[in-house]
Design a protein around this ligand. Structure first.
Ligand SMILES: Cc1ncc(COP(=O)(O)O)c(C=O)c1O
Length: 419
């Protein structure tokens, strides 16, 4: 069995009888009131993840805004918790903006960035006062038209591609990638914007990487960004906001790798401090905030041996867990026993990619409960009903008490849209 990562031990640990607890509550107690599959949210871990990031960037740079990226996990309850923690948000659609609004965020606390924003949504976002990071020259032109028509002075930002060649495959997006503008396009946009009395470029944004467990890529990209800002500064352009995007690995994984978030902030801010002026800093994390605050409770439904492999088919499907992320999940039995064997943990679906984790050392019988870690990011938000799987409830642990914050999906929910 893989050891519980040191960074997560405070939230996930075994008692002296080998019974697993999440945030002080025995897993067995949770499954007494909620059948599996169930998702559990540790509110303490979530708030601590947010606080750890905010504090360390403040320490390094002074004031900083953390704008949680709603696409990572858009559950309303979660957004409410982040709002009361002092977060701002990055939204990618009118629906995300509405969800954030319902959780208490004002439009002025929202950053809108989408490569495919419709003109009508652009008008609404401007009217409401969201800050828009444009993703193309075409979007810039539409924004200028909207501002002109509304006779409003609109501040806006631009998403730029910074792709240091040395980073190679560590970049999710290269200069040929679909999102943002090249530096040349930004130079062109600056010329255009300087002629308009209705729009003003005040921000720059870049998001090129994901799941980084050490800070090298963030440091190199920020260096390129700073070089570009210096160039703009020489031609008289001083921006108010620098948004360095997200891309930080799950907190327990980066701490395990020996690079706590303070190391990322030190390297990023070290570069930013070389600027001849001090723009406001925005950080736009998703995964770091939510990934390890969520746990999946799964029941072993069937055990099977195939070609000397032990397969455990559980009720927790990859309709909730992105198959792509299997490398990130860890699986622990709710009760420790003396025995252990190598097992492949799967979901219940007749679907080749329904894999949770392969080659885990643990022992479980049919009917036993397993706990899956690191399931908060890009999972529930991307979930589906493949093979008729219903989405599980989400139970939050709040000051030592359990509270269902999202109920289990039913067949009726699925049928609701059929006319
Ligand atoms: C524009 C933008 N900002 C921030 C994020 C959050 O990224 P991460 O979860 O890697 O921190 C994303 C995720 O795709 C994004 O598209």
């Amino acid at each position: 069995m893989s050891r519980i990562s040191k960074s997560l031990e405070d939230v996930l640990n075994y008692d002296e009888d080998g019974e697993l607890k999440i945030d002080g509550i025995h897993v067995a107690q949770i499954t007494e009131s909620q059948q599996t599959p169930t998702v559990v949210l540790s509110e303490r871990r979530l708030k601590d993840n947010f606080r750890s990031m905010k504090e360390t960037f403040i320490r390094e740079y002074g004031d900083v805004a953390i704008a949680y990226s709603v696409k990572t996990n858009s559950m309303r309850h979660l957004l409410g918790l982040l709002h009361s923690s002092g977060s701002k948000v990055d939204v990618a659609s009118p629906t995300e903006a509405r969800l954030a609004g319902m959780a208490g965020f004002r439009p002025q606390e929202m950053i809108y960035n989408s490569p495919g924003i419709a003109n009508g949504d652009l008008v609404d976002s401007v009217k409401q006062g969201m800050f828009i990071n444009v993703d193309s020259i075409s979007e810039y032109k539409s924004l200028e038209k909207v501002a002109r028509k509304l006779k409003r002075k609109v501040d806006f930002g631009v998403r730029v591609k910074f792709a240091p060649k040395e980073l190679g495959s560590r970049l999710l997006y290269t200069e040929a990638g679909p999102f943002g503008l090249t530096k040349d396009e930004v130079r062109e946009l600056c010329m255009e914007a300087s002629k308009s009395e209705f729009v003003k470029l005040t921000g720059i944004h870049s998001h090129m990487i994901i799941q980084q467990i050490n800070p090298t890529a963030h440091e190199m990209i920020t260096r390129e960004l700073v070089d570009f800002l210096e160039e703009l500064h020489k031609s008289g352009i001083e921006l108010r906001y620098v948004n360095v995007g997200g891309g930080f690995g799950s907190r327990c994984l980066i701490e395990n790798a020996g690079f706590p978030i303070g190391e990322f902030s030190r390297r990023i801010c070290g570069e930013l401090k070389k600027l001849p002026y001090s723009p406001n800093l925005i950080v736009e994390p998703g995964r770091y905030i939510v990934s390890d605050a969520f746990f999946g409770l799964a029941k072993v439904l069937r055990k099977k041996q195939v070609a000397q492999k032990n397969l455990l088919f559980t009720d927790f499907g990859t309709n909730i867990l992105m198959p792509l992320q299997t490398a990130l999940f860890d699986v622990y039995p709710a009760r420790l026993v003396e025995k252990s064997e190598a097992v492949d943990v799967r979901g219940p679906m007749p679907f080749h990619a329904d894999r949770i984790k392969e080659n885990v050392e643990l022992y479980a019988e049919e009917g036993d409960t397993l706990v899956i870690t690191n399931i908060g990011a890009y999972t529930l938000a991307l979930s589906n009903n493949f093979c008729g799987q219903l989405r599980p409830p989400v139970v939050s642990i709040q000051d030592g008490k359990l509270k269902v914050v999202q109920r289990r999906e039913t067949l009726k929910d699925i049928l609701l849209r059929d006319l």
